[in-house]
Design a protein around this ligand. Sequence first.
Ligand SMILES: Nc1ncnc2c1ncn2[C@@H]1O[C@H](COP(=O)(O)OP(=O)(O)OP(=O)(O)O)[C@@H](O)[C@H]1O
Ligand SMILES: [Mg+2]
Length: 241
Amino acid sequence: MSKVISVVSGKGGTGKTLFASNMGALLAMGGNSVVLIDMDLGLRNLDIYLGLENNVVYNVMDVVSGMCRIKQALVRDKRFKSLYLMSAAPPRDERDITPLHIKVLCERLKSEFDYIIIDGSAGVGENMDLAVAAADTVVVITEPEAASIRDADVVDRELEKMGIKDKCCVVNKVDPELMALGVVPSLSDISHSLRLRIAGLIQYDSNIYIATNSGVPIVLKVGTYIEKNFSRIVKRIIENE
Ligand SMILES: Nc1ncnc2c1ncn2[C@@H]1O[C@H](COP(=O)(O)OP(=O)(O)OP(=O)(O)O)[C@@H](O)[C@H]1O
Ligand SMILES: [Mg+2]
């Protein structure tokens, strides 16, 4: 059965787009058909992280406003058998979009794709409501930092109010040395502060930073510790462990 997975955060810059793009890539590498939707309206990045910024013609706003058909807004990533991007509108696009639009769009995409992954924006409010409107599973990305953890908890409480039960978090940009020194929250501090299930940790690694800048999902480097770690996390999320 097809699944919609939304990636959100409280604080900005925690790694949502990095995570969404690599999760999409891994699922596509595993033989699934996947569509990644950029719902960071006005602040899109997913096209750059996939190296597809020159291929985007139509975007999600064009689809929901009826300006184009769904197929016209799907940009294929040719490195994979079945990975597509639906980009967000550029800044200052003031056309209306509602959670119902997203629900209808995802319902239609479900007939063609195994996974629909939504890259959301940071924070709570209307933008988060859009990002999670059709979600079967929500992944909250946080950093091992007091402010980021508190904001992740705020997001979790909002998701709870919305009745979303299948949710977890991923702790990104972990620096094991700082954690060992006790100058940033430890894993046990994080799990005490959050009610969210922790699906995994991702280390801070400059190779990740380089990969997002060059439009290459880092999991394409099969066999590296980063790819193996991502694979384990994605498996846990998919299997709801
Ligand atoms: N584990 C990591 N190690 C090193 N750099 C990382 C890591 N995760 C993310 N980054 C870098 O941090 C920056 C922010 O990541 P990303 O854009 O994925 O965050 P975001 O949550 O989508 O941000 P926004 O809230 O602006 O949408 C990027 O430059 C990315 O390359
Ligand atoms: Mg982003």
